[in-house]
Design a binder for this molecule. Structure first.
Ligand SMILES: [Zn+2]
Length: 118
């Protein structure tokens, strides 16, 4: 059975095919979407790490506000260039992707600390 999609997340093009759940019309669009996420992730990496590891300095410099401004700029760019199409994974999918990759040890640290009596 042929499935009608909402449209490619990158270019918005509608297409029909037999694979449900496909989000991109072609490899070029999938790569463009993922490359943008990687570039933005790299921009956010140091800010986020500094927020977690050097909290006092980060607070003094207003890093959280800068992170929010950066995200707002991305949202504005997205609306101009790719209106009404998200450019990030929804929360459940983002967590599922990390869990599937084995990169998100949810519960491990908490459980270890509880057992250790900390
Ligand atoms: Zn596309």
């Amino acid at each position: 059975m042929t499935t009608v999609h909402k449209g490619c997340l990158e270019c918005g093009k509608l297409w029909n095919d037999r694979k449900a759940g496909r989000e991109f019309c072609c490899t070029t669009c999938r790569l463009a979407f993922n490359n943008r996420r990687m570039k933005r992730g790299a921009e956010m990496y140091d800010l986020f790490r500094a927020m977690r590891r050097e909290r006092d300095q980060a607070k003094l410099l207003g890093l959280w506000a800068e992170m929010c401004r950066l995200e707002l700029r991305w949202q504005q760019e997205d609306q101009e260039q790719r209106p009404n199409r998200r450019s990030y994974m929804p929360p459940r999918k983002a967590l599922a992707n990390l869990r599937e990759s084995g990169r998100l040890p949810i519960g491990d640290v908490v459980a270890k600390n509880i057992r250790a009596g900390r």
